[in-house]
Design a protein around this ligand. Structure first.
Ligand code: ADP
Length: 222
């Protein structure tokens, strides 16, 4: 049986991880078998790559960055995603291949054909069944990331968060372009709303999606 692969995309501070957690807990409460993961860092090897990739002190060459994300993804796909999906599980991933198109393609300026080749190699062709794009202005997301830092909710800004505003603007535009090119797969969520409003919107998209696939559990457990 095939599971369902749902990815969460958007610029830093757009609220993805908050929404992944909330959706995972709703699905689990209904007894669904959910795998909550992220890129980079969804596997033990990936966690070590994540540390290096996001380290604000690290000088990472753009090509090395592209290939390290690809290495993280190759490990993620083969060790975690493919087996989980083959076992019929519902996989929620905080970022996946669209992030490379947006960050390394539009952000760093690598040729789309090279980026696509690297993605195809790393993923072996695995595509998300559904992608939620959390769209937020660069100014608002920067403000959220700063608040997260000052409230001690997370470690200080990572290497990519520290990029200039126009870098994040290119990334945001690239995400929107992906959504326009693949409207069936990629659904845009207005990430400027409150956490609860966004969560409700996420459920409005995800429940019918799972129902259509016969993967929505009708009854609560307990
Ligand atoms: P991301 O994973 O996209 O970087 P997070 O989910 O970590 O974003 O959220 C970034 C910060 O913004 C956190 O401090 C989080 O509590 C806060 N946040 C998340 N969603 C919202 C929202 N809808 N409105 C206001 N603040 C939010």
């Amino acid at each position: 049986m095939n599971g369902a692969f749902i990815t969460f995309e958007g610029i830093d501070g757009s609220g993805k991880s908050t929404q992944v957690r909330m959706l995972a807990s709703v699905l689990r409460l209904r007894g669904m078998d959910v795998v909550q993961t992220r890129e980079p860092g969804g596997t033990p090897l990936g966690a070590r790559l994540r540390e290096a990739l996001l380290d604000a002190q690290e000088q990472v060459d753009p090509l090395a960055e592209l290939l390290l994300y690809a290495a993280d993804r190759a490990q993620h796909v083969r060790v975690l995603l493919n087996p989980a999906l083959a076992a019929g599980r519902i996989v929620l991933s905080d970022r996946y291949a669209d992030a490379t198109v947006a960050y390394q393609g539009a952000g760093r300026g690598f040729e789309p054909s090279l980026v696509n080749e690297v993605i195809a190699l790393a993923t072996g062709g695995l595509k998300p069944d559904l992608t939620l794009l959390f769209d937020l202005s660069v100014a608002a997301s920067g403000e959220r990331s700063r608040q997260r830092t000052t409230t001690g909710e997370a470690t200080p800004s990572d290497r990519l968060e520290l990029e200039a505003e126009n870098f994040h603007a290119r990334v945001r535009d690239a995400y929107l372009q992906i959504a326009r090119a693949e409207p069936e797969r990629v659904r845009i969520v207005d990430a400027s709303l409150s956490v609860e409003e966004i969560h409700a919107h996420v459920l409005e998209i995800v429940i019918p999606f799972l129902e259509n696939r016969g993967q929505w559990t009708q009854t609560k457990t307990q």
